[in-house]
Ligand binder design. Structure first.
Ligand code: 3H9
Length: 691
């Protein structure tokens, strides 16, 4: 218990007052922390024995930012700006002692201290942009006064923190303290400042270096694509511009105004929601955080194709040995070669050292025998998507795997319970649905079978965390969460181009909505011939006909679009004619289709399908569904995911439109009972959780 308030303590060591903030988990600037800081600084200033002050935090980190959970609630206690003014104007030097992460409001507090000392492992940054915000406590005005306009632009628009050593180089910290000795080093530093009678350095009094108009113009141009659709990056840029051109107090006013604008907007609400949703997804109802897990020291992967290779890389990169099995030598060699090449490419880009490549490859054991998986703790099957083949593999694994080994399938659609029934240990079977490219995509759907044991589920979640994935639990249903919702969107996209739209119209609308690409671009990229075969093709669908003409997507130079040698696409007149002919053949009277109809027909059935998934208990929470779509399918994070977006539109409005489409398009659009109920009750899909 602190002697200032429940989360703050003031102790005096020699002539230095040490203020400790102790507010787990991350010392966020809650009302208690702000009040405590304000009172502690006041008390230290009033104490004649104190000549300098150190601000340090207990636990795993320095202040990691404003308390995001307080946003949108009525203000309580001292405002952060008031606390900062008290600190910056204190007549005695204040030294911030930084370990862990000084993020957002945390770094902004440190910037109102007169000096900063950090341990080498500390990280300092302004990540507000990731929450759809900007640093609203003077960060945009003070940071460029130390690191210069160019570096500040980079830091506030990326949100990526820098390490303490880099911070020392830019002047953001004044001294490094030995790891584990921060308190003593900071106290010594403060005493030295007093002894040397160093001035009270106020960052606000410094000049911004390098803030020319060209810098901002070029930065905007170079990053236009990266920032597409997002409001926060531009607001952050405007603030740095203000720092470079206006007096400090005017810059602060600009920062405040832009901060309030972002804070009251939908994008930041969505991004803050996603921050908590992502952490929530890791929690399994009725399974405590400290549930027992099985030790995973060695992993087996069956299949050395694109999926198997990507899956293996996740574990190798995390330092876990992998045995990869393929039935024949040539595909095994090819798969291992691809893994090596991927690592070498990372090394060429400076993302991995040469030793890193060697270390990761040294953890990989190629094999042509399933028997070699006998000592694996987790075995992941990534073979062809066919139930008979999968059952055969699991039947064999059942005889080979050691007792207690977890047997996982990477199936993207198939029934995990049926796969589990091919073994005598269904409690050890789970679905681990990775997304391609599996070494890059953050999402992992963990499919809980009817008999999957709780500790298997807990282990799957822990493994996901270890390999840096965002895991979401799904129940057993066709396509689980993600692919199940993709299917109505695909259905409508295909119908729309028969009824009157063109593929490029549908793609443009979904791109403008914020997806990285539309469904037809996606199909061309993936290859139209996935699951298509020349022998059995009967020209029944447009896709069949395109494949029959060898227009199989980007790889053949044409698909729905025509591609040049640099893979730039243009709408194809031939495809346009094929679509018109196909529609005529089917007796469809084409009509003009508005962009609104395209968007509603592609997105509202997804919202509806999400509601069905929740109603059936196939996802624990609406927010889990949003995490799937953001991390697995490029749903724009500033729209919060399909469930959050449905809430933003208004569930009653969604239901009304679904019913209208139901009258013209049929029962595919029949609203789910849960959706109708929530709409009637004023409930929210994003807040819905299965009891
Ligand atoms: C800001 O500062 C605005 C100002 O510019 C202007 C104001 C006027 N608030 O991530 P973890 C919780 S905006 C509330 O699993 P890690 C988190 O929900 C803020 N809660 O741990 C979780 O709770 P639970 C700018 C927070 O070790 C628990 O702490 N700052 C906050 O993997 C552990 O979190 C940021 O954006 C918060 N600020 O990573 C930093 N932060 O256990 C956001 C965390 O109940 N935070 N929680 O699920 C992070 O990036 C990471 O949490 C951090 C630790 C790197 C600190």
């Amino acid at each position: 218990m602190g002697n200032i308030n429940a989360v703050t303590d003031l102790a005096v060591e020699g002539n230095v007052g040490v203020i400790t903030v102790d507010s787990p988990p991350v010392n966020a600037l809650s009302a208690d922390v702000r009040d405590g800081l304000s009172a502690a600084v006041g008390k230290a200033v009033a104490d004649p024995a104190v000549e300098a002050i150190v601000l340090i935090c207990a636990g795993r980190t320095f202040i990691a930012g404003a308390d995001i959970s307080e946003f949108g609630k009525p203000p309580r206690g001292a405002s952060l700006h008031e606390v900062q003014a008290t600190m910056e104007n204190a007549p005695k030097p204040i030294v911030a002692a930084i370990h862990g992460t000084a993020l957002g409001g945390g770094l902004e507090v440190a910037l109102t201290c007169h000096y900063r000392v950090a341990v080498p492992s500390a990280k300092l940054g302004l990540p507000e942009v990731k929450l759809g915000l900007l640093p609203g406590a003077g960060g945009t005005q003070r940071l460029p006064r130390i690191v210069g306009a160019a570096k500040a632009l980079d830091m506030v628009t990326s949100g990526t923190p820098i390490g303490a050593k880099a911070a020392l180089d830019t002047g953001l910290v004044d001294d490094l303290a030995p790891e584990g000795e921060l308190r003593a080093a900071a106290v010594a530093f403060a005493a030295k400042i007093v002894a040397e009678k160093r001035p009270l350095k106020k960052v606000r009094d410094l000049e911004v270096k390098g803030g020319s108009p060209e810098l901002f113009a070029e930065f905007r141009k170079a990053n236009a694509r990266r920032f597409r659709g997002y409001e926060a990056p531009e607001a952050n840029i405007k603030c740095i511009e203000a720092a470079a051109t206006l007096p400090f107090d005017d810059g602060m006013k600009r920062e405040r105004a832009l901060f309030m604008e972002l804070m009251s907007g939908v994008q930041s609400a969505a991004q803050r929601y996603v921050f908590f949703a992502e952490r929530q997804a890791a929690k399994i109802p009725n399974l405590p955080d400290d549930s027992a897990t099985r030790a995973i020291r060695k992993v087996g992967v069956i299949g050395a194709g694109t999926m198997g290779g990507g899956i293996s890389m996740n574990f190798l990169s995390a330092g876990v040995p992998v045995t990869i099995v393929e039935m024949k030598q040539e595909p095994l060699d090819r798969g291992v070669g691809t893994i090596r090449r991927n690592y070498e490419n990372s090394a060429a880009k400076g993302k991995l050292s040469a030793e890193g490549v060697a270390r990761n490859m040294g953890l990989l054991t190629p094999s042509m025998s399933l028997e070699d998986l006998a000592d694996c703790d987790l075995i992941i099957e990534a073979v062809f998507e066919n139930m008979d083949i999968k059952k055969d593999v699991f039947g064999k694994l059942d005889k080979i795997a050691k007792p207690g080994a977890i047997l996982a399938s990477n199936t993207s659609y198939l029934n995990v319970d049926e796969i589990a029934a091919a073994t005598a240990r269904p409690q050890d079977v789970v679905g681990l649905h990775f997304f391609s490219p599996a070494n890059v995509m953050r999402l992992l759907e963990v499919v809980r079978g009817a008999k999957t044991a709780p500790d298997v589920l807990a282990t799957a979640m822990a493994v996901a965390k270890k390999i840096g994935k965002v895991a979401v639990v799904a129940g057993v249903c066709h396509g689980f969460i993600g692919n199940r919702m993709l299917s109505p969107r695909q259905r409508e996209a295909n119908k729309l181009i028969l009824e009157g739209a063109m593929p490029w119209d549908v793609d443009r609308v979904l791109y403008d909505f914020g997806f990285p690409m539309g469904p037809f671009q996606m199909a061309d990229l993936a290859g139209l011939d996935i699951g298509w075969s020349k022998e059995t093709s009967k020209g029944e669908t447009l896709r069949d006909r395109l494949c029959e003409m060898d227009r199989r997507g980007q790889k053949t130079g044409s698909g729905f679009y025509d591609y040049d040698e640099k893979r730039n696409r243009t709408p194809s007149p031939l495809v346009e004619k094929m679509i018109l002919d196909f529609a005529a053949e089917k007796g469809v009277n084409r009509r003009p289709i508005s962009d609104d109809e395209i968007l509603e027909r592609c997105v509202y059935p997804m919202i509806n399908e999400g509601a069905k998934i929740l109603d059936e208990g196939m996802a624990y929470r609406g927010s889990d569904i949003d995490i799937v779509w953001i991390n697995g399918y490029g749903w724009p994070v500033y729209r919060g995911g399909p469930m959050f977006y449905g809430d933003t539109v208004g569930l009653q409005a969604v239901v009304d439109r679904l019913k209208q489409y139901q009258s013209t398009q049929g029962d595919d659009f029949a609203p789910s009972p849960l959706l109708e109920r929530l709409a009637a009750e004023g409930g929210k899909l994003s807040q819905y959780s299965v009891k």
